[in-house]
Every structure is written in C-alpha cells, then in structure tokens.
Write a protein that binds this ligand. Structure first.
Ligand code: ADE
Ligand code: ZN
Length: 332
C-alpha cells in the first residue's frame, strides 16, 4: 500500500507555503538575515510544535514566517516544497500564500510573489511539477486590509489564479469578507475559503452563499448539517481535507475517528492534503499512508481520492484529462 501511494500521481490542493517551512531552512534563513528566533536547535523547534487548537499553531506559524525577508527567501522556501512534490509524485499543486503575513512586517508584495513564482516556473521546467497560486486573506484582520492586499496584487494578477480565506476561523465569519470577495471575483480571481475547520456549519453555508466559493478548504463541520451536505453534493464542490492537520490541531481526536470515509459515503468529493506539512508531522504521502491505515481505505478509494485531486483542481480541462489518464494508467 505504501509503495502504491508513493507512486500514485496526485495533486495537492490545500497547502500553505509558509506551512512548509522546515526548521533546518528556518535556521539557515534566520541566520543569513540576522534575525533571532526563540529556539536553540531543530529539536527545540520540533518540541514547540504541540498544539491544542488552531490559534496555538497560528501563533507559532506567523512567528516562523517572520524570518522571510528577501525574494530569495521566498524562492528557497517554495523551491524546497516543490522538490518534495517531485519526490512524492505530486504532479500539480495549488499553493496558498498569505501576503499580509509579510506586508504587515514591511516586506513588499512584489518580493513575496516574485520569489514564489520564480520557484514555480523553475519547477515546471526542471521537475515537471505544475502549480498555481491562491492569494489568501487573513480573516483575523479587517476587510479593509484585505482590500489593500487585493489592490497590491493587481499588477501581478497574471500570476494569481484564486483567492482564499485563512487564519483564525472562530469569530471571523465569511460574511465579514463579502465585499472583498465580490471585488476579487470582478478581477478574475476564483473564490475559495477555509470553512468548517473549527467553525460550525453556518460558516460553511456563508462561504457557499455569501462568498460563492468553488471549493471548500477542510469543510469537516458540514457534517453537522444534513441539508448542507446535500447542497455541497448538489453544487459538486470538493473538500480539501487535511487529516494530519486535523489531528495535530485537535479538530479530530484520533485518525481512526476521521470523517473522511463518511464524507465519501455521503457523496462528498474529498481530497487528501497536507495543509502545513512542516508543522503537522507529514507531507501529502504521509497523509495518504496514515489515513489509509487508520480507516482501512481500499486501493480503489485511494485511487478515487487521487482522481478527485485532479478533477477538482483549478487546471484547464486539457491538463486535467492528461493527468487523470496518467493516473488511470498507473492504477491499471
Ligand atoms: N493558515 C495556515 N494553516 C491554516 C489552517 N489549517 N487553518 C486556518 N488558517 C491556516
Ligand atoms: Zn489550511
């Protein structure tokens, strides 16, 4: 099964580039930028990664991202992740980045996007891994701040495919961002959002009806509401599920209790993703491997999850069909 998963062509649809920051690279970049971090060793960093909830994690995640200053830093971070993609047979990835985490510290939007995009272009050419970018608004900040980010993104519009919504969910409902999402869609960005990770089903409803999202990041708590599940199935929206993130942030107690199989049985289109792999103990293949073992998923179910990852990506039909054909040939 491990070998089957490792060789499986797949896409990753829920990944925060700042969440791929491995401690070794964090030390290296902190040192060259002469920024102090509150850890003496890689081991000390790893022990700090114990979380009781989303906010616990976010506090540490924003602190880690604070050492990224130069375009080369964003390039190195992204390139390291894309190399992992190639190693894991991730053929396509849709990368979220949080501009506000950086612009709030005085790093220019241009620095962030140029570093990330240069790595993406290089990966397409040298590794055969395709990617696209999702600019995510931080929901703990104001809608006005999100508008400022939207404005800053416009000169780089061609490099960005979609907008997302992430950070502290509870107390920051999707409706807070109604206007900036409408404006983002006007500019040609596809609307996506985290919903139902810690927030209840009514946040998922709002993400659907107010933000008009085309895919749901996490979505676990849609299971609280039967009518909502039916609506998601009817609209054919996929969920980007992140099993090891869910256990690390105690959204799910034990992987054996994970609702992935239930979601699939209800007709929901699920995909498996790593979210913030450097923090949650595993890259995308580890998410597949551990979830398969915990829920006793069949090869057919694994194949279906990988197929969903291509089917519900934001790629054009041509590339989607090509990747699905590659997957089907592998499965056969
Ligand atoms: N930012 C990075 N990872 C996140 C997550 N799992 N939920 C919300 N915001 C995030
Ligand atoms: Zn996420």
């Amino acid at each position: 099964m491990k070998e089957f998963i490792e060789g499986l062509p797949k896409a990753e649809l829920h990944l925060h580039i700042e969440g791929t920051f491995e401690p070794e690279l964090m030390f290296e970049i902190a040192q060259r930028n002469q920024i102090k971090i509150p850890y003496k060793s890689v081991e000390e960093i790893r022990t700090a990664y114990q979380f009781e909830c989303l906010q616990d994690f976010l506090d540490i995640y924003y602190q880690g991202a604070g050492v990224l200053i130069k375009e080369q830093d964003f390039y190195d971070l992204t390139w390291a992740y894309l190399q992992q993609c190639a190693d894991q047979n991730v053929r396509h990835t849709e990368i979220m980045f949080d501009p506000q985490t950086h612009t709030e510290r005085g790093v220019a939007f241009e620095t962030v996007i140029k570093g990330i995009s240069r790595a993406c272009n290089n990966a397409q050419e040298k590794l055969g891994v395709s990617s696209l970018l999702i600019m995510s608004y931080l929901r703990h900040l104001s809608e006005e701040a999100a508008f400022e980010t939207l404005k800053q993104s416009l000169p780089f519009k061609d490099l960005i495919t979609a907008v997302g919504l992430d950070s502290s969910e509870k107390g920051n409902p999707p409706s807070k961002f109604e206007k900036v999402f409408a404006a983002s869609v006007e500019e040609g960005y596809i609307p996506l959002a985290h919903a139902g990770e810690e927030g209840d089903a009514d946040y998922v409803w709002e993400a659907l009806d107010v933000l008009k999202i085309k895919r749901i990041d996490h979505g676990n708590n849609c299971l609280q509401d039967e009518a909502l599940v039916k609506e998601i199935v009817k609209r054919d929206l996929a969920l980007t599920v992140c099993p090891l993130s869910n256990t690390a942030l105690q959204v799910v107690k034990d992987l054996k209790d994970h609702p992935l199989k239930k979601m699939m049985a209800l007709g929901l289109k699920a995909t498996i993703n790593s979210d913030d792999p450097a923090y949650f103990g595993g890259q995308v293949n580890q998410n597949y491997i551990d979830t398969q073992a915990a829920l006793d998923l069949t090869k057919d179910e694994i194949f279906q999850l990988a197929k969903n990852s291509f089917q519900y990506s934001l790629l054009d039909t041509n590339r989607k069909e090509g990747l699905i054909a590659e997957l089907e040939a592998y499965y056969k």
